[in-house]
Design a protein around this ligand. Structure first.
Ligand SMILES: [Zn+2]
Length: 96
């Protein structure tokens, strides 16, 4: 599990360096609380006890994808199920 966390952080940092987007710190829990623990894509509740890669695990979805110039800030992210996030067609944003 520690290896996975390490990979996720490393991957995220490298991607943001390349994109050079605005970035503000946030956590998955903060975003989940703000969004009422409901997926902002399908509007169903999200079980915060589930852990990626379970399909219904909570993930961070960028409203405007980082690759499209979206910021990595609380204003541009929302809570989404892993499966909903994947279905959107954009790239998967792993929560840190
Ligand atoms: Zn959903």
């Amino acid at each position: 599990m520690r290896d996975l966390e390490h990979w996720r952080r490393k991957n995220r940092r490298r991607r943001l360096d390349l994109a050079r987007v605005a970035s503000e710190p946030y956590t998955l829990v903060e975003i989940a609380e703000r969004d009422g623990f409901c997926c902002q894509i399908c509007r169903d509740p999200v079980d915060m006890k589930l852990v990626w890669p379970k399909l219904w695990a909570p993930t961070i979805d960028h409203v405007v994808p980082v690759v499209a110039g979206g910021d990595d800030t609380p204003a541009n992210v929302q809570l989404a199920h892993f499966v909903c996030n994947s279905r959107k067609g954009g790239r998967l944003e792993l929560a840190s």
